[in-house]
Design a protein around this ligand. Sequence first.
Ligand code: ATP
Ligand code: MG
Length: 559
Amino acid sequence: MSETRESLNFIEHIIEDDLAGDYVHDQLCFRFPPEPNGYLHIGHASSICLNFGLGLKYDAPVNLRFDDTNPTKEEQEFVDAIKKDVAWLGYEWANECYASDYFQQLYDWAVQLIKDGNAYVDSQSSEEIATQKGTPSEPGQASPYRDRSVEENLELFEQMKNGDTPEGQHVLRAKIDMASPNMLMRDPVMYRVLHKHHHRTGTDWKIFPMYDWTHGESDYIEQVSHSLCTLEFQPHRELYDWFLDQVHQPAKLRPKQREFARRNLSHTVVSKRKLARLVEEGIVNGWDDPRMPTISGLRRRGYTATAIRNFADSIGVGKRENLIDVSHLEFCAREDLNKTSPRVMTVLDPLKVVITNYPEGQEEFLISENNPEDASAGEREVPFSREIYIERADFREEANRKFFRLKLGHEVRLKNAYIIKAEKAIKDEDGNILEVHCTYDEDSKSGSGTEASLRKVKGTLHWVSASHALPVEVRLYDRLFSEAAPDADKDKDFLEFVNPNSLEVVTAFAEPSLKDAKAGDRFQFQRLGYFVVDPDSKPEKIVFNRTVGLRDTWAKLTS
Ligand code: ATP
Ligand code: MG
């Protein structure tokens, strides 16, 4: 390994120590285990990049495992979306696995636990079971059914399996220790009865295994060496190990659960349950709404897979939870898009400029570089004519010396075109500016090499020729929540903090080269930011989403 030990993260340290101990390299195996009850979000991206990153680093298999043990919340739609997102992020899984494929094996092992006296059927309600759990400082009480005979347990468990008992009548519990200081060890439930249709097993199973019983055993079946999960599962590790003890055969590898800190992102929520509420209550238009922190939302917003991977890698893995500012994610997007996006000119809030000394009816095509960061991106022709649009905010009749844009009596350069001077503002009777009359310096064309073209003027504006302009819809997104941590206050509903102005739709004028842009194409609108073509686009109306502005406008507002 080329890196020094110091450059490794703590998970890699664990793996290196295991390799120096009793693990051999060929035993390494990882998994990413989503529950198909929603779409993946940016928090999952951390776990995906961690697990698949380890797979690449150690040349070890990584399984995509669907943890599909709860038929009430899971759907095929979510399985398909998860596969698409992991593949889009650029990762290949070794095996596509489903916990539901292990239902028979898990059942057989559960029967074994009953025979060994390590599991029993409890016929109390979930409320009764909860009241007997005790507190961390007080032991729990044993269920009156704890000492059922093996025969009775086997018979009842089989009835549960066959669908002969209604939901809620019995559960199967592991028989561990009702006085354990770890509440999870106080006879945890292993199975419950559910008469629900499962998206893969249909109505074959009437009993469904609980998370703790399923997860470690699935790791064991797949011979996963390092089962990495988030910190809230730390207290579950003891139970993970206890269940493994019941089934482990000495010749096989024994998986290890290790925990790392969840990654949270500011100004949003990263929990499928909460994201589902945004969808269900119509606050956003679906899981892939470009304001959502889902992988599919970020993709539709114009984020690249590279930007998301770089984000996950740069925040790394840690042992303590923290809130990552969304501006860091935006930074990663700009950094990648700057290298790859062709530059174009689009005016979002148009103000007409008439160049009075430019011949009427004349047009010319000015050569413009597609990407100054990438010579191979080539050049294009941008039409210029007597009437153009500039941004309304780029003109003022009067302004102080710090205003380097267009003001009466002063000059600016039009990007890749000429130097113009503002002569007169034409207004309606209410004083609103209708258009600006300018003159241009005919010798100042960019790149022409003339003395006038080399003249320095302070401001450069983007513009679009009015007669050639392509009207487009532009969706300007802002943060979905106005609070950095909308779900931090447990007494408040996070929906109270939804930013009411997270979407503004405008009709903009784009340069005509954009007429053939296709869904997913990304551009830098010069001086404005990065934009992507939305799948809602139609040939007669292209729709753009703003991915991110050119710089962090929120930083300015708060500093
Ligand atoms: P959610 O609460 O959003 O449903 P989850 O943890 O229940 O999240 P799973 O589908 O069960 O979602 O998670 C799949 C994997 O992704 C797990 O290993 C989980 O620990 C990890 N994961 C989920 N959210 C984050 C996060 N914010 N940061 C890092 N890893 C995460
Ligand atoms: Mg979950």
